[in-house]
Ligand binder design. Structure first.
Ligand SMILES: Cc1cc2nc3c(=O)[nH]c(=O)nc-3n(C[C@H](O)[C@H](O)[C@H](O)COP(=O)(O)OP(=O)(O)OC[C@H]3O[C@@H](n4cnc5c(N)ncnc54)[C@H](O)[C@@H]3O)c2cc1C
Length: 387
């Protein structure tokens, strides 16, 4: 065999949280894994996100996509909640402090009209079995004294928390390596070729031969899936995050605002991480995402409305990354129309879903029963019906 061929049982394409977690769960089970990443590990969405562990419905889709969507989305929401449970125990398992917090999240409202929207959402979520309660008045002031006095009500979701995205995927990849996984960075997969019961992956480095393939390529997934016969309707969504100078410990929660796009939380270093899905731009020539100043200004205006003491803080860093979205906002987890190839991506909230996504893919590719029901996440659900 030529020296530039690597043989393994399963090749995983994508060194973000999905691919790294999958590599860990497979390697831990004794499978010979090769994890292939075109750049360095954790350099795309998984290393650029805001580290929110989302355990409640995001308000914008909840309001705009309707009750039927919200009901269909229950399995996706459960997936996130189950994944947060995994996050809480990972530090010990991976031997790295991932700076996971679990103090809950607050969706805050500053008008009676918004408070009514939040209250209705709490009722829906509680009816579906999710952790959600309405907090108002003195209870709210006591729970979150850092909020503006104009905030009249909040949904408190005890499930939610935060993680440090700079630490998580690398910790999974290191643990995978300890269990024998081969990790190849700077290795772009250019073609996945089925070859009589196995696969040959063409890359910018060695050729990889394997029995099965997991595509965990995030924004690159649709391009890899198309030649295999799977038209995945994944749309790129460039968004950005801002970080303030450090301040004394003030905000233990993940905070959202019902009246505009916002998330903020306080990191272990004391900085506030401010985001919420404000659009970044993408350079047409290079394809690289760039921070938009107008988005930053609007994002900070919304943050100052919720907590005015944020306004004078210096912004020390801002960056952009490319997230991915599907038409129904639900994840894609399942086998390609080319048997032996598996897909895994979670729109908007793939950091939250990362550990369970990695575990589920590992179970799926080995033919083991999956811990969670993934029927509604099948890639084939998007295939247009032809008559
Ligand atoms: C600014 C921002 C903020 C976000 N905030 C949050 C948040 O607070 N909470 C949350 O839960 N989610 C958040 N997200 C979403 C979350 O980051 C993603 O859903 C998650 O990181 C996806 O992980 P992944 O491993 O599937 O994909 P990625 O992290 O994109 O990893 C895919 C990897 O595949 C590699 N790749 C692609 N094509 C190839 C190829 N052909 N060959 C080899 N390698 C390839 C890429 O280089 C990349 O490293 C945010 C996203 C962004 C951009």
């Amino acid at each position: 065999m030529p020296a530039h061929v690597i043989e393994c049982d399963i090749a995983i394409v994508g060194g973000g949280i999905t691919g790294s977690a999958c590599a860990y769960y497979l390697a831990r089970g004794g499978v010979r894994v090769a994890l292939l990443e075109q750049y360095d590990l954790n350099t795309q969405a998984s290393g650029r996100n805001a580290g929110s562990l989302h355990g409640q419905y995001q308000l914008t889709p909840y309001r705009t996509m309707g009750r039927e969507w919200a009901t269909q989305y229950v399995p996706a929401m459960r997936f996130l909640v189950d994944s947060i449970t995994m996050w809480r125990n990972l530090a010990e398992e991976l031997g790295t402090d991932l700076e996971v917090t679990g103090n809950g999240g607050l969706l805050v409202a500053d008008t009676d009209e918004l408070a009514a929207v939040v209250e209705e959402k709490v009722r829906f979520e509680a009816a579906q079995g999710f952790t959600a309660e309405l907090v108002t008045g003195k209870d709210l002031r006591q729970l979150a004294p850092y909020l503006a006095p104009t905030i009249v009500a909040a949904e408190y979701c005890a499930t939610e928390g935060t993680v440090n995205p700079l630490l998580a995927a690398p910790a999974f990849a290191r643990a995978a390596r300890r269990h024998g996984a081969e990790v190849l960075t700077g290795t772009t997969v250019t073609a996945v070729n089925p070859a009589s019961g196995s696969f040959s992956l063409e890359t910018t480095g060695p050729t990889i031969t394997c029995a099965q393939v997991v595509l965990a390529a995030g924004a690159g997934l649709a391009d890899l899936a198309a030649p295999l016969g799977d038209a995945l309707p994944i749309v790129d969504e460039p968004v950005q995050v801002q970080v303030t100078e450090p301040v004394a410990p003030t905000v233990p929660h993940l905070v959202y605002y019902a009246g505009g796009k916002l998330t903020f939380k306080q990191s272990h270093s004391g900085s506030l991480i401010i985001g919420g899905g404000w659009l970044a731009s993408v350079d047409a020539a290079s394809g690289y995402p760039h921070v938009r100043m107008d988005s930053m200004r609007q994002n900070l205006d919304v943050a100052a409305r919720v907590a005015p003491w944020i306004a004078p803080l210096a912004i020390v860093r801002s960056w952009a990354g490319v997230g991915s979205v599907t038409p129904d906002l639900a994840p894609i987890i399942g086998e390609s129309s080319t048997p032996g190839v598996f897909f895994g991506m979670f729109p908007h909230m793939g950091m939250t879903g990362g550990p369970l996504m990695g575990l589920t893919l590992a179970q799926l590719v080995r033919g083991a029963p999956t811990t969670v029901d993934i029927t509604s996440f099948a890639p084939g659900r998007f295939t247009p019906v032809t008559t």
